[in-house]
Design a protein around this ligand. Structure first.
Ligand code: NDP
Length: 332
């Protein structure tokens, strides 16, 4: 059982200095437990937070296996309801194997015609974040303008397409011309703004001639501030994340224009996908056919081998990934 052990709290994104790959015999499940062989390991920006401090989950204890979302197959079971060969996903580790009593795991639903990896991306935690965050918190109405940042990433690419299906004008903000071309060319976004290009604030304003009704915030910092300037009266900001700040070594200042929420009578609300676990069925029902029928396109940026996890993980913070980042740890 190869597994990544967290030996210290990272500072400024020095992940290779605080994680070390160890190997020991595969653990055995105890009474009522089962063992999951990791097939796909999800790499998520929030993993960097888990390494550093207590948040909505406690920080990963030092000298223990790094926590991560896994999708895998049960290869040994002492659990009365779970048998060898079952496909499950849940909170495991950056490891070949996870032992669980099943509390943090669920069965991968059976939707014919979809590859297994779809349940790591568009129909996994990523899809749920986009779906519930946009619809439940952002509440977009037909004809409104929806802006999403980290738009070519896992969550952002889903958000924009769902908003299009709900009849909105959709503007994505992403780093680099290739990502922007993917958004408007392949995914059907109405406009894309490259926040790394000169004059991007002006381009953003031009792309939102009627202002912004819903902003799906993934990055925070300057990008968030620029969108806030354009928020309309009664606008909604679904606060999903702030990746630009996850590796900061000092607390970051909030948006300097926050008081605009007053004059625009706008609302900013954070949410956690974990709270929507009881409602996942709603997502499968609406998104399942969109994904299976190709109405929502998706991409999993899949790297190979548990040993390459850190190199892969760092892509999240440099913009090296397009779509959902994951590592294939073993064969399906
Ligand atoms: P992504 O696939 O979007 O990957 C992260 C992307 O963020 C990168 O590809 C990069 O794209 C962009 N990025 C990185 N650093 C910066 C920066 N300094 N400024 C602007 N953009 C940056 O990741 P996810 O889709 O998994 O996550 C997106 C956001 O959603 C994160 O904030 C994450 O924490 C949050 N999240 C929240 C959940 C919740 O329950 N609230 C659940 C899941 C995710 P680019 O090339 O465009 O810069």
């Amino acid at each position: 059982n190869r597994h990544w052990v967290l030996t210290d709290r990272p500072k400024g994104g020095n992940f290779e200095q605080v994680l070390s790959l160890r190997e020991e015999p595969a653990p055995e499940p105890g009474p009522g437990e089962y063992r999951v062989r990791t097939i796909y390991l999800s790499l998520d920006p929030t993993n960097a937070v888990w390494m550093q401090y207590d948040s909505y989950l406690p920080a990963v204890p030092l000298n223990s296996t790094m926590r991560g979302l896994v999708l895998g197959v049960v290869d040994k079971s002492n659990h009365e309801k779970v048998k060898v060969g079952d496909l499950v996903s849940g909170m495991g580790g950056w490891a070949d194997y996870t032992i669980t009593d099943g509390k943090n795991f669920g069965r991968v639903p059976n939707i014919p015609g979809l590859p297994l990896v779809a349940f790591m991306g568009p129909l996994g935690m990523t899809g749920a974040t986009a779906y519930f965050g946009l619809l439940d918190i952002g509440k977009p109405k037909e004809g409104e303008t929806v802006v999403v940042s980290a738009a070519a990433g896992a969550v952002g690419s889903m958000v924009g397409q769902i908003a299009k299906l709900k009849g909105c004008r959709v503007v994505g903000i992403a780093g680099g011309p290739e990502k922007c071309a993917w958004l408007t060319g392949e995914l059907g976004f109405d406009a894309a703004v490259d926040y790394k290009a000169e004059g991007w604030r002006k381009a953003l304003r031009a792309a939102c001639p009627k202002g912004v009704d819903v902003y799906f915030e993934n990055v925070g910092g300057e990008v968030g501030e620029a969108v806030l300037d354009l928020i309309n009266i009664k606008g909604r900001i679904a606060f999903c994340g702030a990746i630009s700040q996850y590796n900061a070594t000092q607390p970051q200042p909030g948006p300097r224009n926050l008081s605009i929420l007053v004059s625009r009578r706008a609302r900013m609300e954070g949410f956690l996908v974990l709270d929507y676990n009881p409602r996942l069925g709603e997502m499968y029902q609406e998104m399942g056919p969109w994904i299976a029928g190709g109405k929502v396109k998706w991409k999993v940026d899949l790297d190979q081998g548990l040993e390459n996890t850190i190199t892969s993980f760092k892509k999240l913070f440099t913009g090296g990934n397009t779509g959902k980042l994951a590592v294939q740890v073993s064969e399906e």
